[in-house]
Design a protein around this ligand. Sequence first.
Ligand code: AR6
Length: 181
Amino acid sequence: MEFKVGKSVFFLEEGDLTLQETEAIVNAANSRLAGGGGVDGAIHRAGGPAIMEESRKIGGCPTGQAVITTGGNLKAKYVIHTVGPIYQGGSQGEARLLASAYHESLTLAHKKGIRSLAFPSLSTGAYGYPLEEAARIAVKTVADYLRQHPVFDRVGFVLFGNQAFQTYAQAASKELQSLRK
Ligand code: AR6
């Protein structure tokens, strides 16, 4: 599914983020950059040890911020590691921190001159963020950035499983109604 937002293509796909051929993919990391399960585990397995070596040198990343490493053996040249919030009921600044994780990842990609980027659904696995609310924030934050900064060719989401894909598709249809390509 694709939409035109500003000068960029905004895409939604169902599948495995580690197979993406965008210039960079975004990792749902933890603040110690220590690796883990979910998409983080999959990225380190597919990308090989170079990603962890660089992560160790960087040392960590606060919630809502982003850092960058090589993509190792991945097709993507770079991995942007961002840290979404752990969902604790919604009154601990989670929405702001989730939006920040998307925004800071885009800002870092922009600074690096990266032209295509794929995100997973941050915080909606181990970190427990309710999917519908997370999808709304994710789609809005990315679409707003693309409207304000016409610097990317393609930016979008690779969703794991049909439920996540359908939820993001619905959020995107609402946010981008008139823009479907
Ligand atoms: N491609 C795309 N999406 C995936 C993939 C994949 N290969 N694998 C899982 N997902 P999670 P979080 C989806 O738990 O909630 C880690 O241990 C998954 O279905 O990966 O931000 C880190 O080290 C879900 O929709 O990330 C942190 O400690 C989404 O990715 C912690 O988990 C995010 O789920 C971060 O938790």
